[in-house]
Design a protein around this ligand. Sequence first.
Ligand code: TYR
Length: 295
Amino acid sequence: MAKVTTELGAPKLNKVTVIGLGLIGGSFAKAVKDLKLSKQVVGLDNNPTTQKIAIQNQVVDSIAENLYDACFEADLVLLAIPILAIEKLLLSLSSLNLKNTVLTDVGSVKGNIVNTLTALTPQLLPNFVPGHPIAGSERSGVEAADSQLFINHKVILTPTQETNKQAVQLVHLIWQALGANVELMSVKHHDEILAATSHLPHLLAFGLVDCLAKNNDNLDIFRYAAGGFRDFTRIAGSDPTMWHDIFLANKNAVLAVLDSYMEELQQLRIAMLEDNGSQLLDVFTRAKAARGHFN
Ligand code: TYR
């Protein structure tokens, strides 16, 4: 496993591989390349247009032909594909010799990845550092790759008891070198927090935009999207496959927080129906005060 670090503590690696050159994978690859953290930055992506753009925009040095070549003698392999695809890929990775390779991922749910590793590919557990950069936008694809994307953003790592400390250290250092603030957390805590702060809001956005679009044939409503609705439509523009995977993988945590939110909406509905203004004011005042804690 690579141990060499520069004076600043940033890793100096020979080969970093990024599997999946979307917004996050592409941004990671470009940042590692721009900062010269690795002699080689290799990409693997099955979309020929993505491959072409990744080379043209100097996101990676080269595109590997297959998984074996991509991972061969890599110091670090970052998995940046939708999370259900990561589960499948783990099986193929377990047939390669990756003893000296650190693996990490960027999936928005950590439980399904760690469960698959434990149940199906335990040999990968020590070198696999589950990770999640809380960065991105409704944009997707390698065209949107931005080497500055992670600056001042949180990256959560959820190592298990089995995870090799040196592997965690390497992944920690590399994200830090990209400008991110790294935090460690348990898998369960991560999935519960993200269900509430990221997954549920995305579900509401997809649901609201779909509901309003279905019920308004001429789509005139979008022309008048101001403030709040504009924020919802931005989030509803996120990648459908990525979010399909997230909701299936984090089903239980999202359902728990969705149920309590539906209960809250039900109470707001009753308050309006009964002209109970003081209840509305109470809820809005409490919410405004809670929002104040962000600032
Ligand atoms: N969709 C979020 C936004 O637009 C970004 C994001 C998405 C961050 C998924 C993390 C994540 O797991 O603000």
